[in-house]
Design a protein around this ligand. Structure first.
Ligand SMILES: *Cc1c(COP(=O)(O)O)cnc(C)c1O
Length: 386
């Protein structure tokens, strides 16, 4: 049976070249980067080389990059750290209703600790505007956190304008760019970004390694204490092979970012148009154009997202309903609900996300299989009258 992986927003396949770059650090070069001997120094050099690769990819300085254990850790570190460090300035934080749970649940945790959080509502496409941010900023606001691109519906936020508003008002601006890095060209200075989270496994790097960009002059206290690694910002012996993989993956992705973006956009549009013409009563979630090159998200009326996923899987297609973190539970997506999509339709959402390795044949196979799956399920659905 043909196998098609279209769940790249959940995680991507490890690039072969990335694996090759990592291999020596899983075998011969096993020294601790903090050690003074040659074993250690070779590992140290590799970590610093990867730091330079990440900095180059973002238009940042090497000293502004901190390696972490994942995107979730980077998000937690920013919210909890800024809240702690700048609490004498104020205790108000602004974010959006459609953030990843790594931001959303951390914001809720801060509320329990006595902070006040404004969750900006979004429009029908899942966007907040720079004007909304400007209106929400108060004298006691210490942080604005708005994701670069949404992991469920792929909507891209007006990051540069939001950053400009924050800069003008003197409030730190963080963006969870886990879905964007390696897919959309980013320059932190040009886009007025103060803090940025990224994760290697979303752009064909290894799992369990992320990074945080912190603009010079901003203090984000350590979440983990212990050793002096990462200039005292992240204790714990470095995941050397993972960090090397992150550096290689970001370098490879950014070297061909426009080419990949154009190719994926073309495949994405084939899927979007193909589904719309082959299946009646579907609704595209998110913006038609202001979306990630590799994201397709449809509500398919009268059937449950979960049943579509199971049937697709039986046909060799890996897809997802909303985000990987909430599938498995029957809660409708908080993102779709925030976009004003009714509960019953929010349950029937299907997310297909493309990767570097997605081909026209993969798209053909999905466009051939999905209509049959939907028709079969609708025939069994008491809600569908055909
Ligand atoms: C995947 C993801 C995360 C979490 O990253 P991990 O490295 O898996 O912890 C955070 N935010 C967004 C938008 C994501 O897509």
């Amino acid at each position: 049976m043909k196998r098609v992986y279209m769940d790249n927003a959940a995680t991507t396949a490890l690039n072969k070249e990335v694996l090759e770059a990592m291999m020596p650090y899983l075998t011969d070069i096993y020294g601790n980067p903090s050690s003074l001997h040659t074993f250690g120094q070779r590992a140290h050099t590799a970590v610093e080389n990867a730091r330079h690769q990440v900095a180059l990819a973002l238009g940042a300085d090497d000293k502004e990059i901190i390696f972490t254990g994942c995107g979730t850790e980077s998000d937690n570190m920013v919210l909890l750290g800024i809240a702690e460090r700048y609490k004498t300035k104020g205790r108000h934080i602004i974010t959006t209703a459609v953030e990843h749970h790594a931001v959303l649940y951390t914001a809720q945790r801060l509320e329990k600790m006595g902070y006040e959080v404004t969750y900006l509502p979004v429009d029908e496409y899942g966007r907040v505007s720079a004007e909304q941010v400007a209106e929400a900023i108060r004298p006691d606001t210490i942080l604005v956190s708005v994701m670069f691109a949404n992991n469920e519906v792929g909507t891209i936020m007006p990051i540069k304008r939001i950053g400009a508003v924050c800069r003008e008002k003197g409030v730190f601006f963080h963006t969870d760019a886990v879905q964007a890095v390696g897919h959309i060209a980013i320059d932190v200075n040009e886009m007025n970004i103060d803090l940025l989270s990224l994760s290697a496994h979303k752009f064909h790097g290894p799992k369990g390694v992320g990074a945080l960009y912190v603009k010079k002059g901003i203090v984000v206290p350590a979440l983990l204490t212990g050793g002096a690694q990462e200039r005292n910002k992240r204790a714990g012996t470095e995941n050397v092979a993972g960090i090397v993989g992150l550096g290689k993956a970001i370098e490879l992705a950014c070297a061909k970012i426009e080419e990949t973006g154009e190719r994926m956009t073309r495949l994405r549009d084939r899927l979007i148009d193909g589904i719309a013409s082959a299946i009646p009563e579907v609704k595209l979630n998110g913006h038609r154009f202001e979306r990630l090159p590799g994201n397709v998200n449809y509500s398919i009326k009268y059937i449950e997202g979960e049943s579509i996923l199971l049937m697709l899987d039986l046909n060799g297609i890996a897809a997802s309903s909303g985000s990987a973190c909430t599938s498995g539970s029957l809660d409708p997506s908080h993102v779709l609900l925030a976009m004003g999509i009714p509960h019953e339709i929010a349950h029937g959402s299907l997310r297909l996300t493309l990767g570097d390795d997605t081909t026209d044949e993969d798209v053909d196979y999905v466009l051939e299989t999905l209509p049959k799956v939907v028709e079969k399920l609708r025939k069994m659905s008491p809600l569908y009258k055909g």
